[in-house]
Design a protein around this ligand. Sequence first.
Ligand SMILES: Nc1ncnc2c1ncn2[C@@H]1O[C@H](COP(=O)(O)OP(=O)(O)O)[C@@H](O)[C@H]1O
Ligand SMILES: [Mg+2]
Length: 236
Amino acid sequence: MASDKSMVELTDIVKSYPRQGGETTVLQGVTERIGEGESVAITGPSGSGKSTLLNIIGALDRPTRGQVKVAGEDLSSLDEPALARFRNRTLGFVFQNHYLLPQCTVLENVLIPTLALRDAEEKSQALGQAAQWLKIVELDHRMDYRPSQLSGGECQRVAVVRALINSPQMILADEPTGALDRKSAESLSELLVDLNTVDGVTLVVVTHSGVLAERMSRILELRDGKLTTAEASGEA
Ligand SMILES: Nc1ncnc2c1ncn2[C@@H]1O[C@H](COP(=O)(O)OP(=O)(O)O)[C@@H](O)[C@H]1O
Ligand SMILES: [Mg+2]
């Protein structure tokens, strides 16, 4: 499903954080291209900068130096409101913790990214999409539940549906199975892989799970601030 078009182009990305008496450089010149429709795992030791890199790709953070192009947009040319629109239109995020709003139902949570829609037809389309996706992840019977009434795996599936509701071109997932038991992790992995292979959504997943990483078309490893292609181990 991968095409010749680029979804992500990172050119010599450097990211430093200030710290007492100096700065820490987490990313030391990352250059990488991810094609439209690819599925890529980013692995690496804890603290190696995986979340930092994913946040830069996702326009949640800016690099200290270097160029980030996502879906053809040079992110440095966009101001904050434009970045917010870009994220909402183009990207879906899934984090280790689902960040569902506890006071909202499953359906309301899923519809949060569509709150900015003004058009009544678009709104009703979004509602239809939400119902359809919740059925696909087998949570249509839980639409009126609140997150506290669901298991961790179910919450994470709701978070995926929320990430999908605006039909993003790319899903960025940061340790999406990190807090799940084995069975829930497998079913979430299955869902993410299907989104890529069946629906053609570009997928970038930060993961410690060999099982999930092995299911991506490419595995990259972040180490000492650099991104390299990891050897496929062929085992979990
Ligand atoms: N906002 C921040 N301010 C200062 N240091 C940070 C910030 N975010 C991350 N770091 C540091 O950058 C390094 C990489 O963090 P992170 O990207 O979260 O790594 P990973 O996701 O691979 O565990 C860590 O040493 C972390 O402490
Ligand atoms: Mg992290």
